[in-house]
Design a protein around this ligand. Sequence first.
Ligand code: PBG
Length: 325
Amino acid sequence: MTSENFPSVRMRRLRKTPALRDLVRENTVTMSDLILPIFVEEDIDAPLPISSMPGVVRIPEKDLAAEIKAIQADGVKAVMMFGVSHHKDATGSDSWKSDGLLSRMIKRAKDAAPDMVVMADTCFCEYTDHGHCGVVDHGHVDNDATLENLAMQAVCSARAGADVIAPSAMMDGQIAVLRQGLDEAGFTDTPIMAYSSKFASAFYGPFRAAAGCELKGDRKTYQMDPFNGREALRESLLDESEGADFLMVKPGLPYLDVLARVREHTLLPLAVYQVSGEYAMIKFAAAAGALDEKRVVRETLGAFKRAGADLILSYFARDIGREGF
Ligand code: PBG
């Protein structure tokens, strides 16, 4: 468009009134698009606030049934569950025990709110004593040994009633192995949401305190280099070919370009994760009086939609449910 179009073309004509602006708005966000991540801790008496994530708590396992009902009453339709384990070991074996925390929390959530879509984050960092997302062998995370354990964990989650299995370990081949494991155990209809392009991001900092999974070192041998974009497409297409039912980009706001590119290359439902550090940035900036929290939150969610996300994981999901968009 060149300046010779003016004055016949006036972009401001469609911005004149709220009703007109609504008519031409290209994207919307509803509660059906949002997934609330929650943390559940065993053997604690009272909710434990996470200081780096103001407003977020670890929910005591014993309160989970009541809390999930309250979350549902606020309008949330889907949750991603993270366990805070007191039974960690070298392999994270508590996560594939039928009486382990992961299994118990999924059962409790589904029993309390059968209509809630319960997603199980499928990974080991919350259940291993070293904090890595798999089996460590001579200081290195062993991909193939971890795959077997991931399959056991996924089947355990499905048995407990999880509606969606969401592998976030970034092991090669994990989607194919989980699909096969789930199918062999009879869970042919349990979908897999792949954390397909998950970056080794400093934006996960507050999560590690929230989920109690600090580690020495980093996850750079399995999570992606934040400077890479093409590689995210390869990861996404591989996960699709291995049988993923959803793809995901994580973190969100610093990776909108990745989201838009993956959108152009897949027809699968695409999720984005507005991670703990993104949440913390908004919360602390708002607390300092620098940003209008409500407006900024809505703007970020709209940006995810604009970039191509169908689904958004956000710690703000419950607030949106309470306050409306
Ligand atoms: C663990 C997992 C992480 C997050 C979701 N699943 C942490 C990590 O990979 O280090 C981060 C979520 C957030 O920061 O909000 N598998």
